[in-house]
Ligand binder design. Structure first.
Ligand code: ARG
Length: 478
């Protein structure tokens, strides 16, 4: 049990209270951000004449030594400390003595943790953008290869109209592309430095907040010290964006589970990405897709949890806010794992394009096109709809599809049918004539593909240049 604040207390903290209050068990993952933030802080203190150059150098050396030792494994985070901030400060003082006690000048753990968390989340926002780019690449590749792979499109999970695999995948490209853009939006809004807000009302030391912001690669300092220590909006935004990513992954997973089922057999998962049954030897299960679908719940949970934690908090910092970490960390780990595994799974999955095409031909997916054919022959659409409805009923009784009818049978229902009906309702014609922007016709798709490639390439990595004057890995210099 070790604390930074023993002075005004006459009694030891109860053991259970200490354990309940402590956050080191989970905030130890902010170690690197804590060191980085402290290095920037101490440089600024010396620049402003608040600490001497000698003190600055001693503290910087001490911090670098701690970082190197943690990295090499020579030093383990000591969990008898209350939190990661206490651990770093205690280590520093143990190593360099008096100067170590000056590190916290003009700083509170409230603005310190606000900074650490922002630095951490900023890194994970970028990581998520990179993972989304990898997924988008796999999706794009499948689109490029399957402009002419026909498959049924569904509404209400009933076969509706024919489309292509490229078109179906294109829907997911748009979803994940929006997700990737959201990472850039969050980053731009969050990239301001809260350090210097102090406990809540700034400090009387002549801090240079612009300089600290610059050192850490922020666009500038935050502008209200109370908001700085109590704002977790950026984290809520990130969790909301991750929840949306998971929702998209979950829908895609659901489709893959269906496509991989015995009834569909549209895809075959690679052995490396499926699992067997302990009792049924024939089984090859889509567990990864099911887990991605299942894990969506815990990411939503983290978002709802944090929104609920924040909703009743008066300004400024309250200890409730320590609860911003565990579930959020879990959500970030979960979403990153899901993105990686899902990308690997769809990247190795085999498409059974023959079965997709056969399936597209069944279920009267060309009924709309048959009605459109009659419209072309002068029949009003509402009448054409009714004629084809009767035609479908007739086919269902005979268990055949529209193109299997003879011209005489067709003409018995409407004398507008001519020989060219067969070409008009062929799968190829049904798909290739759909040429409006966003439709599956290959010529329309080619244009969209070009835009997809461009969006992926032009935006790759672009929004995330935050390298400050201080490099994150400065302790590696020696
Ligand atoms: N462990 C705390 C947290 O995560 C750090 C801030 C502590 N501040 C305080 N006034 N007790 O929020």
């Amino acid at each position: 049990m070790a604390q930074l604040w023993g002075g005004r207390f006459t009694k030891e903290t109860d053991q259970a209270v200490f354990a309940f209050n402590a956050s080191i068990g989970f905030d130890k993952r902010l170690f690197w951000q804590d060191v980085e933030g402290s290095m920037a802080h101490v440089r600024m203190l010396a620049k402003q004449g608040i600490l001497s150059q000698e003190e600055r150098d001693q503290i910087l050396e001490g911090l670098k030594g701690i970082a190197r030792d943690v990295e090499s494994g020579a030093l383990e985070v000591d969990e008898t400390q209350e939190d990661i901030h206490s651990f770093v400060e205690a280590q520093l003082t143990e190593r360099i003595g008096q100067a170590g006690k000056k590190l916290h000048t003009g700083r509170s753990r409230n603005d310190q943790v606000a900074l650490d968390m922002r630095l951490y989340v900023r890194g994970r926002v970028e990581e998520t953008a990179r993972l989304l780019e990898e997924l988008l690449e796999v999706i794009l590749h499948t689109m490029e290869e399957n402009l002419y792979t026909y498959m049924p499109g569904f509404t209400h999970l009933q076969k509706a109209q024919p489309t292509t695999l490229a078109h179906h995948y294109g829907a997911y490209f748009e979803m994940f592309e929006r997700d990737r853009q959201r990472m850039g939006d969050i980053y731009r809004r969050m990239n301001y430095c809260p350090l210097g807000a102090g406990a809540l009302a700034g400090t009387t030391y002549p801090l240079d907040r612009d300089y600290v912001a610059e050192l850490l690669g922020f666009a500038g300092p935050t502008l209200n010290s109370m908001d700085s220590v109590s704002d977790r909006d950026y984290l809520i935004e990130f969790l909301a964006a991750l929840a949306t990513v998971m929702m998209h992954l979950s829908r895609f997973s659901e489709e893959i589970i269906l496509w991989n089922s015995n009834e569909y057999q549209f895809v075959e998962l690679d052995d490396a990405y499926s699992t067997g049954s302990s009792i049924m030897p024939q089984k090859k299960n889509p567990d990864i897709a099911e887990l991605v679908r299942g894990k969506t719940g815990r990411v939503y949970g983290a978002l709802m949890g944090l929104l609920t934690t924040m909703k009743g908090l008066p300004l400024a910092y309250n200890k409730d806010m320590q609860e911003d970490k565990e579930m959020a960390f879990d959500a970030m780990d979960t979403a990153a794992d899901c993105l990686r595994l899902f990308t690997g799974m769809i990247g190795t999955m085999r498409f059974r394009t023959d079965r997709m095409e056969k399936s597209a031909m069944k279920g009267f997916t060309n009924a709309t096109d048959a009605a459109d054919y009659l419209v072309g022959k002068g029949v009003p659409f509402r009448d054409a709809h009714s004629i084809i409805g009767r035609l479908v009923l007739y086919c269902m009784e005979k268990e055949i599809s529209i193109e299997q009818l003879s011209l005489e049978e067709l003409q018995r229902i409407s004398d507008r049918f001519e020989e060219d009906i067969f070409e008009a309702v062929s799968l190829k014609a049904c798909v290739e004539r759909r040429l409006t922007v966003g439709a599956p016709g290959p010529e329309a798709m080619e244009k969209v593909l070009e835009s997809c490639r461009k969006r992926l390439e032009e935006n790759r990595g672009e929004t995330f240049h935050w390298t400050g004057l201080l490099q994150a890995a400065e302790w590696r210099e020696k």
